[in-house]
Design a protein. Sequence first.
Length: 125
Amino acid sequence: MSRERHIHQNNSFSFICSNCGRTVVPSESGGYQRNHCPDCLWSLHVDLRTGDRRCGCRGRMEPITVWVKESGEWAIVHRCISCGFLRTNRIAADDSEQILYALAAKPLKALPFGAEKSMEILNEF
Ligand SMILES: [Zn+2]
Ligand SMILES: [Zn+2]
C-alpha cells in the first residue's frame, strides 16, 4: 500500500482505523490534521514529527491516558504498541466523550493504594 494513496491535495488524509475498522475522514472543522480515530481514539505510528507521515513503524498506537495542559486543553497520550514511542495529540471536537472520560478515570479505578487513602487525599484538597 503506497503512502501516496492516502494523501489528498490539502495534505490531510483519510484512513481505516486499525483498531475498530472505521473509516476516518479528515476533520471537517479543519485547522489541524486528524491522526486518531474519533470512535476508539487509537492512532497509527506514522509520523516522525506531527503530520509528516515519515515514520516507517506503522505500529498501532494505544490511547493510554489524557494530559490536561496548563491552558486547560486536553490531549491524548498515545503509546505505540510496536516500539513503545509516546506521543501527545490534541483531542478533536468529535472524539468519543465516553472514551475520553474512561481514559481520565482509568488511574482512579486502579489506585496503587486503598480507597480510604484516596479519600484522605481528596479531603486535603
Ligand atoms: Zn477506531
Ligand atoms: Zn512505533
